[in-house]
Design a binder for this molecule. Structure first.
Ligand code: FAD
Length: 318
């Protein structure tokens, strides 16, 4: 079922959904099933599965020379989505990224997803490869999420690459895109970022999932601004429990977000990891309560393949 229909059918009840990462290459799918087993009691209407482009690895040879090889650390997104749908009868939402894929490879992936009965995709640009200063589009690939979005929209109309005739065998994907309550880090200002977000929605994106945030006011301001910019699709807040002191540094660095002073002070004062997890849990429970009061359609949790902390939080809300 399409995400927008899940939201409609909920009739104002807040839904819980989760994002999972494919396991690193060489590990089995059991870790995904273990995570799903933990989360199924919350009846998630859908589960997102991230997509990871290939990265560089430097291999040292016996003569001391370094060879740069390209490798994908977390493959398997499409198959994991199929396995989740098959085993748990829950909709799986694969993330699709521009980086690392030609248009042809993207088309093939979309054909596979369509054949598997997957109804939703989250369309993203992806980040720069580790070691690259900026995002470099793959030759014959897409430069922005808008371009990838257009390809999915074309397929929804039966327009395939290199085919002159429009096919009656069209896909029917419900397409989501990313939104940034604290601005995408490359955008020169909020208004430019909104301009592109609006473009994605005008083109046909039907829902937005946000980057994680720790300050609910920033989400609320973002939603209000979106509505002012005539963006009226559901805006699903992305949430993550803070679980380690190190994340005070890593989360702002990786995700370009602010950690509120009250939260960072409370974490700083913690003596043990368990204390940090408790502070993170209380903070996110409070965030979720405020978001439910604000009327969000779904609370979407970035589990980072560690469902324990998320489970504790959702259990207090469900
Ligand atoms: P875009 O919409 O292409 O925007 C990128 C930048 O360009 C922005 O600054 C925007 O303002 C600007 N812009 C947008 N369109 C245009 C245009 N047509 N012309 C000029 N400028 C434009 N990454 C992964 O690799 N795998 C994942 O599975 C993944 N999942 C994610 C899930 C969510 C909910 C979120 C919020 C992010 C996720 N990311 C993932 C990270 C994401 O790929 C990065 O944040 C990336 O830097 C931007 O992606 P985007 O789709 O927002 O890009």
């Amino acid at each position: 079922m399409k995400i927008v229909d899940h939201i409609k059918n909920a009739k104002g009840r807040t839904l819980f959904s989760f994002e999972l990462l494919p396991p690193p290459k060489g590990q089995g799918i059991q870790s995904i099933f273990n995570t799903m087993d933990e989360l199924m009691e919350f009846k998630p209407p859908f589960i997102d599965v991230t997509y990871h482009r290939e990265d560089y690895l430097y291999k040292e040879h016996s003569n001391g020379l370094l060879e740069r090889v390209s490798y994908r650390k977390r493959p398997g997104t499409v198959a994991i989505c199929a396995a989740i749908m098959n085993k748990y009868k829950v909709d799986a939402v694969p993330h699709l990224i521009c980086g690392g894929f030609t248009k042809e490879e993207t088309e093939n992936a979309l054909i596979d997803l369509n054949f598997l009965g997957i109804d939703n995709v989250l369309v993203l640009r992806g980040d720069a490869r580790k070691g690259d200063p900026d995002f470099i589009p793959t030759p014959e690939g897409h430069a922005y999420a808008t371009d990838l979005l257009q390809q999915v929209l074309d397929m929804n109309q039966g327009k395939y690459l290199h085919e002159d005739v429009v096919s009656s065998e069209h896909t029917n994907f419900c397409i989501g895109v990313a939104g940034y309550p604290e601005k995408h880090f490359e955008a020169p200002n909020f208004n430019t970022d909104f301009k592109w977000l609006k473009k994605k929605v005008e083109m046909g994106a039907e829902f937005i999932v946000t980057q994680m945030f720790f300050n609910v006011d920033k989400y609320k301001e973002f939603v209000i601004k979106c509505r002012e910019h005539d963006i009226h699709v559901p805006i699903i807040p992305g949430l993550k429990p803070l679980t380690t002191k190190k994340q005070l540094i890593t989360l702002p660095k990786i995700f370009h977000l602010d950690i509120p002073e009250d939260l960072s002070d409370a974490v700083d004062q913690c003596k043990t990891n368990a204390d940090v997890r408790k502070v993170g849990e209380e903070w996110l429970v409070q965030q979720c309560k405020e978001l439910i009061d604000f009327g969000v359609p779904v609370l979407h949790f970035y589990t980072m393949s560690n469902p324990g902390p998320t489970k504790k939080i959702v259990a207090r809300l469900a």
